[in-house]
Write a protein that binds this ligand. Structure first.
Ligand code: 5AD
Ligand code: FES
Length: 343
């Protein structure tokens, strides 16, 4: 496999059968992870960028089959944060050293385009040295433009799967693969640093779907790529499906690093949920971002996309300390900076 790993490191793409071997072949992954780590160090050194995640709403108009806050989950507890609460999270976060705030939420009509723009403006006014990232799902290009003009710097919108048929199996018919992809291109066109991403081993995912994901990343050239294992949520149609594995997720993290050497790649909470040292292992496989939770502890458990989510009981201060220790334990250090794309 050594030759294939090198080929990918140099050419950033492979033939189908080569991708297949690296994705699902039986081989010792040590070399793959080490090569990914080397490339990450060439581009970003040993810095790990921290993003303060503020989960602003658990209301969602969508009905994605995998997601615990899908609209037809009548058992989901719903909440939304006020502008004041969001600003309070930023205040705490700023003191703790965060220089990026990520506002993430379900697709909630309460957060109108104007209201979100107002909040973004206020955050940028109070913390001009911080980046604001939005992760609020699919909207029209004009809305994305308004948020960009208000000061938003980055946008996260996972494509979830680049396999069209697979997309249809994970989503209800009213959600369209083409619209989601259009959103990503619109965001990039406006000037955002854009993040896409997918779940690893979500129901019905084939190796061809993962190859399609890699090809899409290569073509789209996102600044950020967020991936994590699929984890079933007990109140969704996929309650009985099995969760994604640690090894497959780490393999995909490393392959993304080889494909997009400069990408900002988070070691996700989902990875930390399936293994006690999952996030540390993600960093060692090429990831260079962590996103500790800054949401008020009172609502943490209600932002439940999947079962057994970690870090739902800890204050932001404890969470960042814990994260710093974890990052240091594998030889990296958290950086107090915006952590922009290095390209
Ligand atoms: N398991 C893992 N990840 C999930 N997400 C949503 N539901 C799940 C789940 N059951 C991910 C999606 C979404 C992101 C916010 O969380 O990829 O884009
Ligand atoms: Fe949140 Fe450890 S990172 S408690």
């Amino acid at each position: 496999m050594k030759e294939l790993i090198e080929k990918l490191a140099i050419e950033h793409d492979l033939a189908d059968n080569e991708w297949q071997q690296l994705i699902e072949g039986k081989y010792d992954r040590t070399l793959l992870y080490a090569r990914a780590d080397e490339i990450r160090r060439q581009n970003y050194g040993t810095d790990v960028y921290i993003r303060g995640l503020i989960e602003i709403s658990s209301y969602c108009r969508n009905d994605c089959l995998y997601c615990g806050i899908r609209r037809s989950n009548m058992h989901a507890e719903r909440y939304r944060l006020s502008k004041e609460q969001i600003l309070e999270c930023c205040k705490t976060g700023y003191r703790l050293g965060f220089r990026t705030f990520v506002m993430q939420g379900g697709e909630d009509a309460y957060f109108t385009t104007e209201y979100v723009a107002e909040i973004v403006e206020e955050i940028k006014k109070r913390y001009p040295d911080c980046a604001v990232t939005l992760s609020l799902g699919e909207r029209e290009k004009a809305d994305y433009q308004i948020w960009y003009d208000a000061g938003a710097d980055r946008y996260l919108l996972r494509h979830e799967t680049a396999g069209r048929a697979h997309y249809g199996k994970l989503h209800p018919p009213e959600l369209s693969y083409d619209h989601r992809m259009q959103c990503l291109y619109d965001l990039k066109d406006i000037g955002y640093q854009v993040g896409c991403g997918f779940m690893v081993e979500s129901p019905y995912q084939t190796v061809d779907d993962l190859i399609a994901d890699m090809r899409f990343l290569r073509k789209f050239q996102p600044h950020m790529v967020g991936i994590g294992p699929f984890i079933p949520h007990h109140d969704t149609p996929f309650a009985g499906s099995s969760q994604g594995s640690l090894e497959k997720t780490l393999t995909m993290v490393a392959l993304i690093r080889l494909t997009l050497p400069k990408a900002l790649i988070p070691s996700t909470t989902a990875l930390g949920t399936i293994h006690p040292r999952g996030r540390e292992l993600g960093l060692q496989a090429g990831a260079n971002v962590v996103m500790p939770n800054l949401s008020p502890v009172s609502v943490r458990k209600q932002y439940s996309l999947y079962d057994n989510k970690i870090c739902t009981g800890d204050e932001a201060a404890e969470c960042i300390e814990c994260m710093k220790r974890r990052v240091a334990s594998v030889g990296y250090q958290t950086a107090v900076s915006r952590g922009d794309w290095c390209g």
